[in-house]
Design a protein around this ligand. Structure first.
Ligand SMILES: Nc1ncnc2c1ncn2[C@@H]1O[C@H](COP(=O)(O)OP(=O)(O)OP(=O)(O)O)[C@@H](O)[C@H]1O
Ligand SMILES: [Mg+2]
Length: 303
């Protein structure tokens, strides 16, 4: 079954958004395949927080360990490709997944292992591929020769690709400098077999940020946002892709999942705690209502 058919079928039995907002049940399993960020702002830590805050369930297959803070990536310890595959296998065989979301994949061997594991143990499960290449501080997170492997092995299987502007350029050769270029790059990714592409405009200049979504039916939708003038943008890309992935896992349509994710990221930037001396983390927990007995509820009760 094509990933898009799978998504359409799930959308037909979608929970009402009010069910999701209520946050009383865990709905939607996402297997995150990504690198660990010890600072907790990006990578699989951001993914797990996002998926949890939006009412879903996150499992993980770790692709690399990074010693990282808001100032940058200090060291990377790779995980053996066979072990990445094994983490995916045991999760998929037992817990299962409604969506698989990939982030930092580091090397050709890991890209191949992930594609192999997804095809073998999760055929028909939609893949949301965030083709992470460079960290906000400039550290390379994907080997140069792995770009072709992503194009060959993951793009044709992706229900959705979420490159930022430089990643879209690296994957397509399109010079991405203004919003119309985002759409042209997305079109190229569709021609290479992706079910849909959301090319993000955070790296372009201007007070307004445009993210462009192109789908296989030829539609284009633009998601715009006034740029928040802040250094707290560590992990915006991971957070956005995970928020979309959990929306799809919960049965939202692609457009609804992207719209909800876009609003979630914006609010997470606006309410960021401001920690660290560099690119600081977002507030992933903003949808969580303070409840009696919770840390915040307790703080409020004390005042
Ligand atoms: N300063 C900002 N104000 C508002 N929205 C932002 C800002 N920066 C990024 N975004 C939004 O965050 C999302 C991620 O975009 P971005 O282009 O930063 O991705 P990215 O480069 O992959 O992020 P990362 O560096 O975390 O990998 C997009 O929806 C974008 O519109
Ligand atoms: Mg990114």
């Amino acid at each position: 079954m094509a990933p898009c058919d799978y998504l359409a079928r799930r959308a037909a039995s979608a929970p009402r958004p009010s069910d999701l907002d209520a946050g009383v049940r865990v709905i939607g399993r996402v297997l995150v395949v990504a690198g660990s960020d010890s600072g907790g702002g990006a990578g699989l830590q951001a993914d797990v927080k996002t998926i949890t805050a939006l009412g879903g369930y996150a499992a993980t297959a770790v692709t690399a360990l990074t010693a990282q803070n808001t100032l940058g990536v200090h060291r990377i310890v790779p995980v053996e490709p066979e072990f990445v595959e094994e983490q995916m296998r045991v999760v998929l065989e037992d817990l299962g997944a409604d969506v698989i979301k990939t982030g930092m994949l580091a090397s050709v061997a890991v890209v191949r292992a992930v594609a192999r594991a997804a095809a073998r143990w999760a055929p028909g499960v939609p893949l949301v591929v965030d083709p992470v290449m460079i960290a906000k501080g400039g550290a390379p997170l994907l080997a140069g020769d792995a770009v072709q492997a992503v194009l060959d092995e993951l793009v044709p299987r992706a229900a959705l690709l979420t490159p930022n502007a430089p990643e879209a350029s690296a994957l397509t050769g399109v010079r991405v400098q203004e919003p119309d270029d985002l759409g042209r790059a997305a079109e190229q990714l569709l021609l290479r077999g992706a079910g849909a592409a959301l090319v993000k405009g955070g790296h372009l200049e201007g007070d307004t940020i445009v993210d462009v979504l192109r789908t296989a039916d030829g539609d284009e939708e633009r998601f715009t946002s006034e740029r928040v003038l802040t250094l707290s943008t560590h992990g915006t890309g991971c957070t956005l892709a995970s928020a979309i992935a959990v929306g799809l896992a919960q049965g939202l349509t692609l457009r609804h999942a992207v719209a909800r994710a876009h609003g979630y990221v914006r609010r997470a930037i606006e309410t960021a705690p401001g920690w660290g001396q560099g690119h600081g983390p977002l507030n992933h927990a903003h949808p969580l209502e303070p409840r009696p007995g919770s840390a915040q509820g307790t703080r409020e009760a004390l005042h």
